[in-house]
Design a protein around this ligand. Structure first.
Ligand SMILES: [Zn+2]
Length: 384
């Protein structure tokens, strides 16, 4: 019986680096199996049988020499081997010469199964590794050369490539939850030097981020990097409420660089500075970032829309600067997210509740006034 072996992504890439590659590989092809489905794999007691079933279909029914794909990424995040990498795959007719073929188990058409979790992470790491090993950036979806929807109509190639190439946009909504951000910080430093509670600081990041359309989780990850998980020790001191080294240049003395009156204003300045790099779109709130005007005058507004674009700009020389922020972000996202830990905008909601209460009291006073007027009129009617 044809045997198949499963690997973790790391061990598969190690294996691939250890063998001699005798053909040129430039195109990474991506497919979903459609059938078998994710569910059928998850229910199977013998997972290898699922791969074996594909082999039987490819060889016995379709008459191919072997299973079509080089690897299969299963819902449990494993990489199953397949056709010899040094053999052309049976992947996309007319485009197999330089191809490496990946099948992902599942039906990822919209409304069917969801491509997510460990399977998504495994695929991202696998393609990232293949790009490095084969010195290429060609990711090809089956549907680019076919009328099929493969690898599934729910998959967006641009978003996927951005993720694979670590091109994460600074603008957008936070993905990490409040709880994930808190857990990760406290797992590294149990007593961070912050002039407010950890919860309040995280709320400021999420709220101020929402106001300006900047990802608060990315800004928070950057603050963890810049402050050494709020241990400080560099030029900036905890009293400054300066979470991103604003105005602190190499060679400055301790305590130099910008200071902010409160943690919220410190966060606001950080968010504004990030927004300045990410876009030319004007700020929503009055400028508190003393360096915003510097970006403006240097023509730097909007020159770094992604996190890795900050390399050589926010940080000089900055090699690997954005990547290290993204690594922190991935660690944050790997923390367990509980159902009710996402309290984005809690203080904003409290402020809104207060505003509405004030409005209600005003309206109640007005209502009383009109009730009085009405009564007066009714009394006049009686008297007439
Ligand atoms: Zn396909």
């Amino acid at each position: 019986m044809r045997k198949f072996q499963s690997y973790t992504v790391e061990s598969y890439l190690t294996y691939l680096r250890s063998i001699k590659i005798t053909r040129e590989i430039k195109d990474i092809h991506l497919h979903h199996t459609w059938k078998p489905t994710k569910k059928s794999y998850q229910l199977a007691s013998n997972k290898e049988q699922v791969i074996y079933g594909m082999w039987r279909y490819h060889t016995e029914t379709l008459g191919w020499q072997d299973i079509g794909q080089h690897v299969t990424v299963s819902p449990d995040g494993l990489i199953w081997d397949g056709r010899d990498v040094n053999q052309m795959p049976a992947s996309i007719t007319g485009h197999n010469q330089k191809a490496f073929a990946i099948e992902m188990i599942g039906n990822f058409d919209k409304g069917q199964e969801t491509f997510e979790g460990v399977q998504y992470e495994a695929m991202v790491k696998l393609v990232r590794g293949l790009f490095t090993i084969f010195k290429t950036k060609n990711l090809i979806f089956h549907r680019e050369h076919s009328s099929k929807t493969c690898p599934g109509s729910s998959l967006d190639k641009v978003l996927l490539l951005n993720r694979i190439q670590n091109k994460i946009e600074i603008l957008g909504k936070a993905v990490a939850t409040h709880g994930q951000m808190k857990q990760y910080l406290l797992s590294i430093n149990a007593s961070p030097k912050i002039n407010c509670s950890v919860d309040a600081l995280i709320n400021y990041y999420l709220e101020e981020g929402n106001i300006e359309g900047v990802r608060g989780d990315i800004a928070f990850a950057q603050a963890l990097k810049e402050t050494g998980f709020f241990r400080y020790g560099g030029i900036v001191t905890p009293e400054q409420n300066n979470y991103a080294g604003l105005g602190a240049l190499n060679g400055n003395k301790k305590g130099e660089g910008a200071s902010f009156p409160t943690p919220r204003i410190g966060v606001r300045a950080h968010i504004q500075h990030l927004k300045g790099y990410a876009t030319k779109v004007a700020l929503k709130q009055p400028v508190v970032d003393p360096r915003y005007v510097v970006l403006q005058n240097a023509g730097l507004l909007g020159t770094a829309p992604t996190v890795t674009d900050l390399n050589g700009k926010w940080a000089v020389p900055g090699t690997g600067y954005g990547e290290s922020i993204l690594k922190i972000l991935e660690k944050i996202l790997s923390m367990p997210a509980t159902g009710n830990d996402n309290i984005i905008g809690n203080t904003a909601l409290l402020e809104e509740a207060k505003r509405l209460k004030d409005k209600i009291s005003t309206l109640e006073l007005e209502l009383d006034k009109y009730k009085g007027l009405l009564n007066d009129i009714l009394n006049q009617i009686k008297e007439m």
